[in-house]
Design a protein. Structure first.
Length: 299
């Protein structure tokens, strides 16, 4: 157990830093390579899984089942959880945007879409006359096609975090602690990017610490899907959908008062609260559905 775990962590973390080094040498997140390197980073947990596999010499069929590459013992449940992730993540993201607006933490411009307009203009792109139609089309495409387009890089991460690592942490530390630990590892792994201000640019290097909090909470929800189905695919869909939908707050914001990503949106404080409530509900349901041992009769 210790050697495969060490191999997994060394490969996943070491290669993530190796991939991101060009950004640290020059350009940072403004580098034209940032997007490509961030995508390549997502495959380093998969390399970690393969490294652990090389040490265990488990048969490919057994390894695929143990790491969640199959659909689990109940395929119907797994497909239902895939659908729940596909539709639920967008609902959660837009709920976070709505709560942020209702609480005054974010200003929306649904009529003029001024923040989207400013973003297009800053990149030297033409602003279409029917900007609202463009925004709706982008949202629909992100919701419908995002999980498919992002599935392969999302699998690159999820096969490591939820497929391989989570079950081992749960077996050693229990469900709750295992979920929290796997989420913390997931958040810490992002450090090559978050130390540069990724996700929370106004925080600078403090973004690395703040993002761990989000990953712990989101990791409980995504990890619950893995434990519920014994399959990694619902977690893959949730992760892929999140990556596609989360930036959509830009489409609805007000350029005069851009949203503070530390406070609002799914990755901000509002999102933390929503994720914590959802995580608590899911864990409570898991405990309720777990058969309790029948007490021995008193002689």
């Amino acid at each position: 157990m210790k050697k495969p775990l060490l191999a997994f962590l060394v490969l996943a973390f070491g290669l993530s830093w190796a991939v991101a080094l060009p950004l640290w040498w020059g350009g940072g997140l403004a580098s034209p390579l940032a997007g490509v390197l961030a995508t390549l980073m997502m495959f380093t947990p998969t390399v970690g899984v393969l490294g652990a596999w090389a040490l265990t010499r488990t048969s490919p069929r057994v390894w695929a089942r143990e790491t969640g590459l199959t659909l689990g013992p109940d395929r119907r449940r797994t497909w239902l959880m895939v659908l729940a992730a596909w539709l639920g993540v967008p609902l959660l993201v837009f709920l976070a945007i709505g709560v942020g607006a209702l609480t005054g933490l974010a200003s929306l411009d649904l009529d003029g879409l001024s923040l989207l307009r400013a973003s297009l203009e800053s990149r030297g792109m033409g602003v279409p006359v029917e900007l609202g139609t463009v925004a709706v089309v982008q949202i629909v495409l992100a919701v419908v096609a995002g999980p498919i387009l992002n599935a392969i890089p999302a699998l690159g991460e999820e096969w490591g975090w939820r497929g391989w690592l989570l079950p081992r942490l749960v077996s050693s530390n229990g469900v709750f602690a295992g979920l929290l630990m796997s989420g913390a590892v997931w958040g810490l792994w992002h450090a090559p990017l978050t130390l540069l201000g990724y996700n929370y640019p106004r925080l600078g290097s403090w973004a690395a610490l703040y993002f761990i909090g989000f990953c712990v909470l989101a990791g409980v929800v995504v990890g619950w899907l893995r434990l519920r189905t014994e399959s990694v695919w619902p977690a893959v869909v949730a992760h892929a959908s999140l990556n596609a939908i989360a930036p959509l707050g830009l489409l609805l914001g007000d350029a005069a008062a851009p949203p503070n990503e530390v406070l609002t949106g799914i990755t901000g404080l509002v999102g933390w609260v929503l994720l914590a409530l959802l995580a608590a509900a899911l864990l409570r349901r898991r405990r309720a559905s777990t058969p309790q041992p029948t007490p021995e009769p008193v002689p």
